[in-house]
Design a protein around this ligand. Structure first.
Ligand code: ZN
Length: 143
C-alpha cells in the first residue's frame, strides 16, 4: 500500500489538499504550457478546486508578500554579498523571476488552498483503494 503523502510533498507537488493525490494543474510549471489553467476539481477525489467565486484572491496577497521579500533578498544578496553591480543584480532578478513566474503563481494558490482546506486521510485511502473516483476534470482559468 502506498504511504500517506506528507504535507510538504503534497504542497510542493501541487496536489489536492484533501487527498494529496490529484494534481491541481494539468501541465508542469516549467513546461510553460497553459500556465494559468487549473483543474475545476480534483482528478482523484473530486474535491471542488473553486469552492466560491474569487476563491484565490487570498493567494494573490501571499504571492505579493512572498515575491516582494524574495526580490529584496535576492538583489541584496547579489549586490552586497556577491558584490555584483545593481544593474547585473536586477538582470539576474528578472531572469529568475521569469523562470519562476508560473511556478510561483501556482505555488501561491496551492499554499492558500492548503491553509484553508483540511487534509482528510480517508480520501487518500479511498483513492488508493479505488473506492473514491472522480470524473476527468476540465481545466479552466476563468474563475
Ligand atoms: Zn483530491
Amino acid at each position: 500500500m502506498p504511504s500517506r503523502p506528507s504535507l510538504l510533498s503534497g504542497l510542493f507537488g501541487l496536489r489536492c489538499p484533501r487527498c494529496r493525490r490529484g494534481d491541481l494543474f494539468p501541465t508542469g510549471s516549467f513546461s510553460f504550457k497553459q500556465p494559468f489553467e487549473q483543474y475545476e476539481h480534483c482528478p482523484k477525489c473530486a474535491k471542488d478546486y473553486f469552492p466560491e467565486p474569487g476563491f484565490y484572491w487570498g493567494a494573490m496577497f501571499l504571492s505579493y508578500i512572498g515575491s516582494g521579500f524574495f526580490c529584496l533578498g535576492f538583489v541584496m544578496l547579489l549586490h552586497w554579498v556577491f558584490d555584483l553591480s545593481l544593474a547585473t543584480s536586477f538582470v539576474a532578478l528578472i531572469t529568475v523571476g521569469a523562470l519562476l513566474f508560473v511556478w510561483w503563481f501556482r505555488f501561491s494558490r496551492a499554499l492558500y488552498f492548503y491553509m484553508v482546506t483540511p487534509y482528510q486521510k480517508e480520501f487518500t485511502e479511498g483513492v488508493d483503494a479505488g473506492t473514491i473516483t472522480a470524473p476527468t476534470p476540465k481545466a479552466t482559468s476563468s474563475h
